[in-house]
Write a protein that binds this ligand. Structure first.
Ligand SMILES: Nc1ncnc2c1ncn2[C@@H]1O[C@H](COP(=O)(O)OP(=O)(O)OP(=O)(O)O)[C@@H](O)[C@H]1O
Ligand SMILES: [Mg+2]
Length: 231
């Protein structure tokens, strides 16, 4: 039986506007995500996709409702718990956010280098680069990598802590359609081989169609949840 990894109940994020007003970017979202599922968050620009991903990753503070991830009450973590929780979740950004002075392998290892890990971070980083098909580019600087290769490095970096949950914000937004498809192949392979739950914010209907579940946001609210596709 599949387990639930995420449960959001009436989750809300309120931003203050410059005129002093308030605005709910995520406005009472309730949803469950099953472990090892691939889930697309779609919706037009400003619908609240990134904000919801940030709430799942505890990168933003929750202003109402609850979000539970793998048993963690994300809205009520202590400062220490928050830091540990953030390290336990993988986050992939649209613009890769690689450190330009570091090689691919050092970018992948960077999140754990300050910590005692019990393993060799660079050895694990090389394994991850192999997983994403970049073993031969491990010592290259980001400036020597294509956009798709940089995104693979960013995905490998997001996996360094063996996250059960990988949150990807428009991971193919800056890539051509062929490279997008190969990044999506990789994300689906992670689901199959590592049982990682993958939540992807995307505008791309082709990417969304390859996910198990599609949630559509409109003005911070969930429009509908489509049932898993038969494939
Ligand atoms: N830090 C912030 N302060 C104020 N308003 C914000 C902040 N971050 C986001 N918003 C607003 O919240 C709404 C939702 O933003 P969000 O970035 O979640 O949308 P999105 O669905 O990811 O859009 P896109 O597809 O363009 O990335 C938008 O109206 C945005 O302007
Ligand atoms: Mg966004």
């Amino acid at each position: 039986m599949t387990e639930r990894i995420v449960r959001a109940v009436a989750a809300r994020k309120v931003f203050r506007l410059p005129d002093g007003g308030r605005f709910s970017a995520v406005d009472g979202v309730s949803l469950d995500i099953e472990e090892s599922a691939t889930v697309a968050l779609t919706g037009s620009s400003g619908a609240g996709k990134s904000t919801l991903l940030h709430l799942f990753g505890a990168l933003e503070r929750l202003d109402g409702g609850t979000i539970e991830v793998a048993g963690h009450d994300v809205g009520n973590l202590s400062r220490r718990g928050l830091a540990a929780y953030r390290r336990s979740v993988g986050f992939v950004f649209q613009r890769f956010h690689l450190l330009s002075a570091l090689t691919a392998v050092d970018n992948v290892a960077a999140p754990v280098l300050p910590f005692r890990t019990g393993y060799d971070p660079r050895a694990r980083a090389r394994e991850l680069l192999e997983l994403v098909g970049l073993a031969d580019r491990a010592d290259a600087l980001p400036s020597r990598l294509s956009g798709g290769q940089q995104q693979r490095v960013a995905i490998a970096r997001a996996l360094i802590n063996r996250p059960r949950l990988l949150l990807a914000d428009e991971p193919t937004g800056n890539l051509d359609s062929r490279t997008s498809a190969s990044i999506m192949d990789l994300l689906l392979r992670l689901r199959d081989e590592c049982h990682t739950t993958v939540v992807i914010a995307t505008h791309d209907p082709i990417i969304a169609a390859r996910c198990d579940v599609v949630h559509r946001l409109c003005d911070g609210q969930l429009e509908r949840a489509e049932p898993p596709s038969p494939s």
